[in-house]
Design a protein around this ligand. Structure first.
Ligand SMILES: CSCC[C@H](NC=O)C(=O)O
Ligand SMILES: [Zn+2]
Ligand SMILES: [Zn+2]
Length: 424
């Protein structure tokens, strides 16, 4: 093995990327861009820095295929990470400390700097082995996924540059798996960020009367709580997977009349608000949930109103749920399954991603997108304290991508008589 292929050198490149502080809300994007560009140069990949919004670079790397007419492969990852509370970590979140077990502690070690670097390492190995792609392989490193991707993947997916890339399949992030099976995702839940507001007459804190803002809001909260418990029970009973139910969590409560010492204690307020992070599966009945919100959670009859801070439709423009086929009807699915197996990995049952990723912008355009972050035997620590990834798992993940990229980049669609389309 050459020095670049030495496992400790591979791990130290990962650590370098992790040490760049790209935490929201002030990510150091240019330092990350410089690092990625230096990697691209060392791999002789073409590179382009796109700035759809100033200060927010998207890096696009290209490994040209021998048949540029075939749809290309896009390997996407985001460069930003979520904030952390450093004093609550065993090791500082941007040290990328490697402990004696081989665990690498860092914000972004799971979400998702691992994946971005694993793509690059897989390409490094494929190049060293003399592999030549037939399809063009693109890598995109996008900003702002953690805050919605509007200045990153969303603009990228809508750009002329993207159209010209003729992308046929997108690979994006997944989640760690606590068992030996890798998790793989074919769709994701849609975020609905709901704010409900109650109004009522103010009054003396000692008086019992109907229709106070607080009581009206409490009735709604109780109704939401019952719905939440019913959905959660389906998961607890093993009847539904996490991504197959509608989740709803109260994320803020805002009420009361402020005073210099806290809140006025003997005045019932005339307004009260609550915010909910709702996640709706693409297969859910969107209309019935809308009805439930309007009639049960924020009924006008109870002096309530509601707004959405965000509401992503579960349907595409044809009214169909947005999902990628996870069966033999989708050759990219079959290829991924085969490639993981070939690299001695095991896949779990395909799932719906419980939160959101940039994959939704690609799926919305009608493209197949598969969510996969190869981390088995790993606790799910994205957005948590002490996020870590074991170096042996990281290295195994590179084997997975090496196998997947090889399969994808060599794939030539065959017609029924066995002749490849390009030969016809
Ligand atoms: C919906 S925009 C925010 C995106 C974010 N993604 C990862 O955690 C999420 O909350 O799912
Ligand atoms: Zn992520
Ligand atoms: Zn995240």
């Amino acid at each position: 093995t050459t020095p670049e292929e030495d496992p400790s050198v591979i791990v130290s490149r990962f650590q370098k990327y992790l040490q760049i502080n790209t935490a929201q809300p002030h990510p150091n994007y240019y330092e990350a861009a410089d690092f990625i560009l230096s990697q691209a140069n060392s791999l002789s990949l073409h590179s382009q820095t796109l700035e759809f919004v100033e200060g927010k670079p998207t890096l696009l790397l290209k490994w040209p295929g021998s048949n540029p007419n075939l749809p290309s492969i896009l390997l996407n990852s985001h460069t930003d990470v979520v904030p952390s509370e450093p004093h609550k970590w065993a090791h500082p979140p941007f040290d990328a400390h490697l402990d004696p077990n081989g665990d690498i502690y860092a914000r972004g070690s799971q979400d998702m700097k691992c994946v971005g670097m694993q793509y690059l390492e897989a390409i490094r190995r494929l190049k060293a082995s003399g592999f030549q792609p037939i399809r063009t392989v693109y890598l995109s490193f996008v900003p702002d996924e953690e805050i919605g991707g509007h200045d990153g993947a969303e603009k990228f997916a809508d750009s002329d540059i993207f159209n010209k890339m003729n992308v046929g399949i997108v690979v994006d992030e997944g989640l760690a798996s606590p068992n030996e099976n890798y998790r793989v995702f074919y769709a994701e839940r849609c975020p609905w960020w709901l704010v409900i507001k109650a109004t009522g007459a103010p009054g003396h804190g000692a008086k019992l009367y109907d229709n106070t803002a607080m009581e009206n809001l409490l009735k709604s909260i109780e109704s939401v709580r019952r719905f939440r418990a019913a959905q959660f029970d389906l998961v607890k009973a093993g009847l539904k997977a996490e991504g197959e139910v509608t989740s709803v969590n109260m994320v803020f409560l805002k009420a009361g009349t402020p005073s210099p010492t806290g809140f006025v204690m003997n005045l019932q307020p005339s307004e009260a608000e609550a915010g909910f992070d709702i996640r709706v599966p693409p297969t859910a009945d969107q209309e019935s949930l809308e009805k439930r919100i309007a009639e049960e959670w924020a009924p006008a009859s109870r002096n309530m109103t509601f707004t959405f801070k965000q509401k992503v439709s579960v349907h595409d423009k044809f009214g169909k749920p947005i999902l990628t086929a996870a069966d033999s009807s989708n050759p990219w699915w079959t290829l991924l399954e085969g490639a993981v197996k070939k690299a001695n990995g095991k896949l779990g049952k395909p799932e719906i991603f419980p939160a959101s990723t940039d994959a939704r912008y690609f799926r919305k355009r009608g493209l197949p997108a598969i969510g996969f972050s190869p981390m088995a035997n790993t606790p799910i620590l994205l957005h948590d304290h002490n996020e870590f990834l074991n170096q042996a798992e990281y290295l195994k993940g590179i084997d997975m991508y090496e196998s997947i990229i090889k399969a994808y980049a060599s794939y030539v669609e065959h017609t029924r008589d066995g002749a490849s389309r390009e030969e016809l």
